[in-house]
Design a protein around this ligand. Sequence first.
Ligand SMILES: *Cc1c(COP(=O)(O)O)cnc(C)c1O
Length: 401
Amino acid sequence: MPKLNENYLNLKESYLFSEIAHRTAAYAEKNPEKGAQIIRLGIGDVTRPLGKIVLNALHEGVDAMASSETFKGYGPEQGYEATRNAITAYYKKNGVEVEPDAVFVSDGAKSDTGNITDMFGHDNVILIPDPVYPVYVDTNIMCGNQVTYIAGNAGNNFLPMPDADQPADIIYLCSPNNPTGACYNKKQLKEWVDYALANDAIILFDSAYEAFISDPELPRSIFAVEGAKKCAIEFCSLSKTAGFTGTRCGYTIVPKELKFLSSAGTEMSLNAMWNRRQCTKFNGASYIVQKGAEAVFSEEGIKECQENIQYYKNNAKVIADTLTKLNIRFFGGINSPYIWFQCPNGMDSWTCFDYLLENIQVVGTPGAGFGENGVNFFRLTSFGNYEKTVEAMERFTKLFG
Ligand SMILES: *Cc1c(COP(=O)(O)O)cnc(C)c1O
């Protein structure tokens, strides 16, 4: 009989999205007329179609497969040179220098943020913010690692900062944050970088929402902070940037400066290790998709993607303006597609879910699903339709006004 990875027994069952679906369906069945009025502001997935420039590039990629002269078989595991160069050019436009061979193209940031545990041992002190994207915690539990939570709360604007007395080896940060929408400024990120350098720790930085940052003062990459190349890996994705949740493409930047000593004193390069890991376990992202990705980072492509992002950000503004008027405290919504509000009247997040569903037929995501510090908060997303978002906020105004 195979011995199984019993760490899986330690995973908490994720009831979040199934429970939301269950409660919503039960309500709609009992109240068919009102059920038909339900507006969903809970989705964490994009809804706008891909733009023309990206679509043309994807079509070109498909056409290349049609003739033996242009056909592509296995590509480089790290990604095609043109795609890697397009990514470094995009960084350069945002004022950040990265080397093309520090860039590893993949099928998305979820796999990379999960697979990264392959490079680390099992007795590290791992700091993970709470609330946050659940992948970091679950992938560490799967390999038997202990996790130390760092609390995000209203007191620190959901931006936990380093504690000099807390030792750490590995630190996960997500900025702009899912689910809170909170975004670190450069000074705050510098504090994290300085803390990591002082502790010989590494920061695993998830910048999946960087394209939603419109404040030029806010860093879109951790590598905008001096010293970060010695202590940070960055994960990013085209999912929210370019609507690639279904098309699938992401990238991870592992600087060559990132080196640590083995227990026997041998210098180990994380860039070389990740390269080895990818070459062994991954055969590269699809050529077709990488053609699309390259187009995303062209000047025209960036413009095209920004049109969709502006559409979502306009929805976020509608939500933020309404909550402001109603005096409901919230975070995010400006440099992020997410609005994280404090449940009115002291409700906990599941009570708030039922209250909104029953009274105004608006569905969102209870904060409890993202960690202990989310129990009195609620996430709304701007990934829906504009008219529906406006309608949902009119209903909020009637209910809470
Ligand atoms: C959506 C999201 C991602 C992107 O994952 P993909 O696998 O690239 O679709 C990564 N990190 C966070 C925090 C996200 O919310």
